[in-house]
Design a protein around this ligand. Structure first.
Ligand SMILES: Cc1cc2nc3c(=O)[nH]c(=O)nc-3n(C[C@H](O)[C@H](O)[C@H](O)COP(=O)(O)O)c2cc1C
Length: 341
């Protein structure tokens, strides 16, 4: 069965209230206020899981601390030809080259607005991408920031999709600078207050990552989502044959993502909020991201292999790990693994 069809059925079930136990996960040690947003816990849903915003209230019911919806582009896009979502069962990983299929702003906004009426505690982040045919990337990000200012609690600029031609380079500091400058100008002009994060991939060389981190600070971004999919095909992968095209997610890219988070934390001197993502499938994995500098974490591939119970496992497990290590609050552990002792 095509993994994408299974995923669509799964989302349909969630939207109907099926699947997973209801959970209100609000440990005192894990609730945070970051850039003016109240997160009941740090465990979020990653972009790409609910691209069409069809099951938003279900994620609050399941106990997520926030969701990142999208990526969404101004106009609807069909994405790349199928099959384009592959499970690597032996590695509990995935390779996909979806190509930013999404319903476009109009349909997406209707669904998000409707869903938000029923939410009581879960912040909603919207992940913006540039349209495939758009030759001036800054224009789509500025348009998105203006459009979602009143709709999203948090906006994420996806500069790192590996599956659309021409997209790969957006996170290169030379390309990103114009986008970040334009977004900052629009935010200043409109007196917009919604925080903006930038989503980056794990394959950027360290010196470029350092420049990009500096640009995010200089242009007033509040945070970084690290990381998106990797182009890498580590030798450790057991699945054969491997799909050639697409970005890899799941445990085989976990350490690469954690290293990127640690670098962002180091380069930014802790000035940017980091949402850490990539290969998390246990509370221990989530804790490693926090110790590397992440204040929030997000899940995709781990949910595919471990189910929605992973959310409560991670929230409860994180609480226990923090208690074990003598932390009264999650914020005390952020970046502790890379600070000089
Ligand atoms: C099928 C699939 C589709 C994805 N689509 C998007 C997307 O539209 N936008 C985005 O920023 N990231 C997207 N991602 C990347 C995830 O948000 C996440 O960064 C990546 O999968 C690493 O996390 P994981 O190892 O927990 O899956 C997608 C991932 C998968 C597996």
């Amino acid at each position: 069965m095509d993994a994408e069809i299974l995923h669509r059925w799964h989302l349909r079930g969630l939207a109907l209230g099926l699947g997973g136990r209801a959970n209100d996960l609000r440990e005192e040690r894990l609730a945070q206020e970051l850039c003016g947003i109240r997160f009941p816990n740090p465990v979020g849903l990653a972009a790409g899981y609910d691209k069409y915003a069809v099951a938003v209230p279900a994620f609050e019911r399941l106990g997520f601390g926030f969701v990142e919806l999208g990526s969404v582009t101004p106009l609807p896009q069909p994405g790349n030809p199928r099959p384009r979502m592959h499970r690597l069962g032996a590695d509990k990983a995935m390779i996909n080259h979806m190509g930013l299929n999404n319903p476009g702003y109009d349909v997406f906004i209707d669904r998000v607005r409707k869903a938000e009426r029923s939410l009581t505690r879960m912040p909603v982040a919207v992940n913006l991408a540039k349209g495939k045919a758009q030759e001036d990337p800054a224009a789509d990000y500025v348009n998105g920031v203006k459009t979602f200012e009143d709709i999203a609690d948090l906006i994420v600029l996806n500069l790192s999709c590996p599956n659309v031609t021409g997209f790969k380079n957006l996170q290169d500091p030379d390309e990103a600078e114009n986008i970040l400058r334009s977004v900052r100008a629009a935010r200043t002009e409109g007196a917009f207050e919604t925080p903006v994060f930038v989503k980056i991939g794990p394959d950027l060389p360290a010196e470029k990552l350092e420049r990009l981190t500096g640009l995010c600070i200089d242009h007033g971004m509040e945070g970084i989502v690290a990381t998106n999919l990797t182009h890498a095909r580590p030798d450790s992968l057991k699945t054969r044959p491997l799909p050639e095209k697409g970005g890899l997610s799941g445990p085989p890219m976990r350490d690469q993502a954690t290293k990127t988070i640690a670098n962002v934390y180091r380069f930014s001197g802790g000035k940017l909020i980091i949402a850490g993502i990539g290969g998390i499938s246990s509370a221990g994995d989530a804790y490693a991201k926090i110790r590397a500098g992440a204040s929030l974490i997000e899940l995709y591939t781990g949910l595919v292999y471990h189910g929605m119970g992973l959310v409560s496992d991670i929230v409860n497990g994180l609480d226990a790990l923090l208690e074990r290590d003598g932390f009264r609050h999650v914020s005390e552990a952020v970046g502790i693994g890379i600070k000089p002792s």
